[in-house]
Design a protein around this ligand. Structure first.
Ligand SMILES: [Zn+2]
Length: 86
């Protein structure tokens, strides 16, 4: 009679697996993480161009100023001198 009980358990397991393991599991599995945003402004190492000489550099190293970003203090002051309001 032991074989019959084993067979019953195996059939029960197969039915349980085919049904998805849990009764009433209707929701599909959700993705673990949302896709990263495509917005480039959120990327820390965005490449920007110096408004004075056009040098490309990471935004983290750029100096923000009037009229754009700059590769250094000298170019920022030079640009602001050139574009200074009269
Ligand atoms: Zn520059």
């Amino acid at each position: 009679m032991g074989k019959f009980i084993v067979l019953l358990v195996v059939v029960f397991l197969i039915v349980w697996l085919v049904r998805g393991g849990r009764p009433g599991r209707a929701a599909p599995p959700t993705p673990s993480a949302p896709p990263p945003p495509a917005n480039a402004s959120a990327v820390p190492d965005t490449i920007v161009a110096c408004a004075h000489c056009g040098l490309h550099l990471p935004k983290a190293d750029a100096l923000p100023g009037r009229g754009g970003v700059f590769c250094g203090e000298a170019h920022r002051s030079a640009f602001e001198r050139e574009h200074a309001p009269r």
